[in-house]
Design a protein around this ligand. Structure first.
Ligand code: COA
Length: 207
């Protein structure tokens, strides 16, 4: 009887401590995002979420009400801007990297391991690419784009759903309500209310 009471008390203390640790971890994640981004108080920052703001300007990453982030948001030192609307989800392992502008509407659900990049990140010229790489390794990311790195804005409109392992490349606009099937590579604009799949992604049906 005493042993059972002791076990139950220990279990309660354990659960209490575990909950306390989880709350503290969540507070720390929030604080880290708050010093790098402008986020609504209701935004949930879940474990494994990362924010890398190489420009150190929190006004360039915005996350709206009731959105949930488990993936990585990165803007480069020389430029970049990410805005995420209300009620969005950014899945685990997903990377959103900007050196131009990535504008995501509201209720956009982005599954796990999705890549959304508005930039090539490196030059297509081998010499410039290696100079750029050496420069990053020696002094970090530069404040100017002097290595001819191509970039172009990405727009993802309201109510889009992006399936796992998909990629969205620079210069693309995805129309309202469209669905990007798992493992798609989106290289061109997608109209509203269609389902696309494949590489390069093609319309497979309308909704
Ligand atoms: C390969 C790459 C660098 C080429 O960039 P680019 O020279 O600027 O080429 P463009 O964007 O002009 O694309 C050229 C054509 O290839 C197509 N294309 C580009 N990437 C493609 C891909 N991954 N799959 C299928 N088609 C692709 C484009 O739609 C375009 O087609 P078009 O001629 O019919 O219009 C770029 O497409 C890419 O993959 N960027 C991401 C690089 C990366 O992995 N960065 C992450 C950090 S290291």
């Amino acid at each position: 009887m005493i042993k059972r009471l002791k076990d139950s008390l220990l279990q309660k203390i354990f659960m209490f401590l575990k909950r306390g640790i989880a709350i503290e971890e969540e507070r720390q994640r929030h604080a880290q995002f708050l010093s790098n981004a402008t986020i609504h108080t209701s935004v949930k920052i879940l474990p494994n979420a990362v924010v890398a703001n190489l420009s150190q300007r929190p006004d360039l990453i915005n996350i709206g009400k009731d959105s949930v982030v488990r993936g990585e948001l990165l803007i480069f030192a020389h430029a970049g801007k990410i805005s995420i609307g209300e009620g969005c989800y950014v899945g685990e392992g997903t990377r959103i990297w900007s050196s131009e502008s990535i504008a995501i509407g509201s209720r956009v659900y982005i599954s796990h391991n999705v890549n959304i990049h508005d930039t090539n990140s490196h030059s297509t010229d081998a010499y410039l690419r290696s100079q750029h790489f050496s420069s990053i390794m020696s002094t970090g990311h530069l404040k100017e784009n002097i290595f001819d790195i191509k970039a172009s804005p990405v727009v993802i409109e309201d109510d889009v759903w992006i399936g796992f392992n998909s990629t969205v490349l620079k210069g693309v606009k995805i129309g309202r309500g469209s669905i990007i099937a798992a493992c798609s590579v989106v290289t061109k604009d997608i109209p509203p209310n269609v389902v696309v799949a494949g590489n390069p992604s093609k319309i497979i049906k309308t909704i």
